[in-house]
Design a protein around this ligand. Structure first.
Ligand code: GGG
Length: 367
């Protein structure tokens, strides 16, 4: 019987990216075997190291090369010696924009077996979704530097908020909230940022009018940050601009135990282009090469990729194995207070995955 094949471009990138990506691939391959699909991986060595050799983060036709793939699986980007605006604007941001990956989806969920640093955890746990606008906003090339090296030196940075860009993001967030508990929190700062943020709020208000059953609240970003810490149980779906969403989700990652766990999906919801799946964390040069990076953020990003490819059952099984290992064993990397290596964690998750999924299979021929 032939199984579905998916062509996946792999950019492991820098630092711990090249440690956590192969670890996650092992588990995703096992999921493919078990659930009857095949992930055809193609590696690209685009990274800061590539930049040091070639003066570019990716070749001139890099985006054309990626357009041939179904999805992109990315590790981490950035390394000391290459300015971080070069690595981001030379690789990650062009991919997000060319492929209209205008949604950056970041689940904030406390996994079974992980202790949150928060003292008060709501009885229902922590489980909400951040929808980050991913193509415009504060991440903008508009602006410039003047009078460099003189006492009058100055910089101007323009944000770009379009009705089109905001509407498509907010509509996605509204649909996500309607599929969950019906609560949507919109991150604003209209008291201090007097052009773009009132515009953001107006568009949110307009769209909300068509969804009277949805409970929509606007929070100033500072108050929302406090809410993440003080009462995360009230949150269901959060919609935020590019920068606000980025900052909030590092805080979100912290309250679910470690930035090493948090995943993110850069989605082109229409499926006209590849989407890209990556952990929220960066390349972590301080621990790179030591074999102790947490692979769970990359694995969870992989589970989101499986879900996007239509393999919901496989995605659920992957995350069930992760949660089983976290809740039933003490095997965890140092960021979670353990002593295990990246390989030891993934070894145990793969072993559990084989065990648990074969337990739940009824037809031995498919095992
Ligand atoms: N996991 C990808 C990565 O290395 N991200 C680092 C980063 O700085 N990302 C910025 C962003 O998501 O806007």
């Amino acid at each position: 019987m032939s199984s579905t094949r998916h062509r996946i471009a792999v950019i492991a990138g820098d630092g711990i990216g090249s440690e956590v990506v192969p670890a996650a691939q092992r588990l995703l391959d096992a999921a493919g075997k078990r659930f009857g699909f095949q992930l055809e991986w193609t590696d690209f060595d685009w990274s800061c190291e590539y930049y040091s050799r070639t003066g570019r983060m990716m070749p001139e036709d890099g985006l054309d090369q990626l357009s041939e793939f179904d999805q992109i699986f990315l590790g981490a980007v950035g390394y000391p010696g290459v300015p971080d605006y070069v690595s981001l604007w030379g690789l990650l941001i062009p991919i997000r924009r060319r492929f209209q990956q205008y949604i950056n989806l970041r689940p904030i969920k406390l996994l079974r077996g992980i202790e949150s640093p928060l003292r008060k955890i709501p009885p229902s746990g922590i489980d909400f979704l951040v929808v980050r606008e991913n193509n415009e906003g504060e991440y903008s090339e508009a602006g410039g530097r003047l009078f460099r090296g003189t006492p009058q030196e100055m910089a101007v940075q323009e944000s770009v908020f379009t009705r089109f860009g905001m509407e498509r993001t907010m509509r996605y967030a509204i649909a996500a909230a309607e599929g969950r508990e019906g609560r949507l929190a919109s991150a604003t700062k209209s008291n201090g940022i007097i052009h773009t943020m009132p515009f953001w709020d107006e568009v949110m208000d307009e769209l909300s009018e068509d969804h009277p059953n949805l409970d929509v609240s606007q929070y100033h970003i500072d108050a929302l940050a406090a809410q993440f810490v003080l009462d995360p149980g009230r949150l269901d779906v959060v919609v935020a601009s590019n920068l606000f969403g980025d900052i909030l989700t590092d805080l979100g990652a912290a309250i679910i135990g470690s930035i090493g766990i948090a995943p993110s999906a850069n989605l082109n919801p229409e499926g006209d282009h590849p989407s890209m799946f990556e952990p929220v964390h960066g390349s972590a040069p301080d621990i790179a090469g030591q074999g102790k990076a947490n692979p769970i953020g990359q694995v969870w990003a992989g589970a989101m990729m499986l879900e996007h490819l239509g393999h919901q059952e496989a995605a659920d099984a992957v995350m069930e194995s992760v949660e089983h290992v976290l809740s039933e064993t003490s095997i965890r990397t140092p960021d979670l207070g353990g002593t295990a290596t990246t390989d030891e964690v993934i070894e145990e998750v793969v072993r559990t995955f084989g065990h648990k999924t074969s337990e739940s299979q009824t037809d031995p021929a498919t095992i």
